[in-house]
Design a protein. Structure first.
Length: 353
């Protein structure tokens, strides 16, 4: 009869429905109120899941990309003194450190020399222009001195621009310059110390405006279509941030996708700290939230037990993810159903009795 039914699609459908209903009925367990109390059965309501969390994603706290600035040493030298440390709040222009530099001293001498050369070349060019007007010298000579003046001006401008952004503190010794904060903010990182030799353009300080930090996450590739700016990111201390960017290429080492989130408040999170974080994705329309303790393994399947008066029925569900103490599932449940959160394993063992 069953073989005949499967040759007929309509009969096959009814046969399959009857088989599933029979299997579901076999999972029902009847308990009196006294038995439920003695087994310490506890229940909780099913809720609609608005989000689906990707939990425990590897994460690293990094300087905020949009609001941080690196302060580098413009000339190689030796750090003479440091005025601020990590965590300090600074205003724009605050002195950060002093560096004693032979290269800076040479650059100052080069500026003075190029200024003198420019003055001399311009003076000669003016004299030759006057002599040319009187017909005393040939045009070629006037053109030559004019070219020398233009070259001297270019060398002077180059020497001047090399020192334009270098601050010289009051009472500085020869060759000493000062690093100053380019923006107001807090010092996230200090990379130099007194007596240290620094190379030209070597990073010395990292300063960030505001109180936020960024977090780099490693997320699974299979959900890449779901990663979009604006999604919520939650750290393990409850600090909430927002996804701001998703990489367009995989990380070759981990074969994951790198995401960047911004935390408006750093709280206890420090740059360089490694941790894990939760990314909240929009949940499917049929997703439901149940306590994680309600899930019971059943071979390759997962069950939850739904209480209806004195009847406890096991229902297969598909786990979609987790969100802290809750699990996100879908199956033959509805919001408001009471699922067993304590004693579910006992009910499973009683199914065949």
């Amino acid at each position: 009869m069953l073989a005949t039914a499967f040759r007929n699609p309509l009969l096959a459908g009814f046969a399959l429905i009857g088989f599933v209903l029979g299997a579901t009925a076999a999972t029902a367990v009847e308990l009196s109120a006294e038995q439920a109390r003695s087994l310490q059965i506890a229940t909780a309501p099913v809720a609609v899941a608005g989000t689906l969390a990707l939990a425990r994603l590897p994460a690293e706290v990094v300087p905020p990309l949009a609001s941080s600035r690196t302060v580098g040493a413009p000339f190689a030298g030796v750090v003479a003194s440091v005025a601020v440390d990590e965590g300090s709040s600074v205003a724009a222009g605050t002195p950060l450190a002093r560096v004693q530099s032979r290269d800076f001293l040479a650059a100052q001498a080069d500026l003075a020399r190029s200024r003198s050369d420019l003055t001399l070349a311009q003076s000669q060019s003016k004299r030759d222009a006057a002599l040319l007007a009187e017909g005393i010298i040939a045009r070629s000579r006037a053109d030559e001195t004019q070219a020398r003046a233009a070259d001297a001006h270019a060398r002077f401008a180059q020497a001047r621009d090399a020192l334009a952004a270098v601050a010289i503190p009051a009472g500085a010794t020869g060759g000493e310059y000062e690093l100053r904060a380019p923006i107001a903010g807090r010092v996230l990182r200090r990379s130099i110390a007194p007596g240290q030799v620094v190379a030209a353009f070597e990073p010395a300080f990292m300063i960030a405006a505001g109180d936020g930090v960024d977090v780099l996450l490693q997320a699974p590739l299979e959900r890449s279509a779901d990663y979009a700016p604006g999604l919520a990111v939650v750290m393990d201390d409850g600090t909430r941030g927002e996804l701001v960017a998703a990489a367009a290429a995989t990380d070759t080492g981990s074969q994951s996708l790198r995401l960047r989130a911004h935390l408006p408040e750093a709280r206890r999170w420090l740059v360089g700290q490694r941790t894990s974080a939760r990314l909240e994705l929009p949940a499917p329309a049929d997703a439901l939230r149940v306590p994680a303790s309600a899930l019971v393994p059943d071979g390759t399947a997962t069950l939850v037990f739904v209480a209806n008066g004195t009847t406890y029925r096991g229902i297969a569900v598909e786990p979609l993810g987790s969100d802290g103490d809750d699990a996100i599932v879908r199956g033959a449940l509805k919001a408001g159903d009471a699922v067993v959160t304590r004693g579910a394993s006992t009910l499973k063992s009683m199914q065949g009795e």
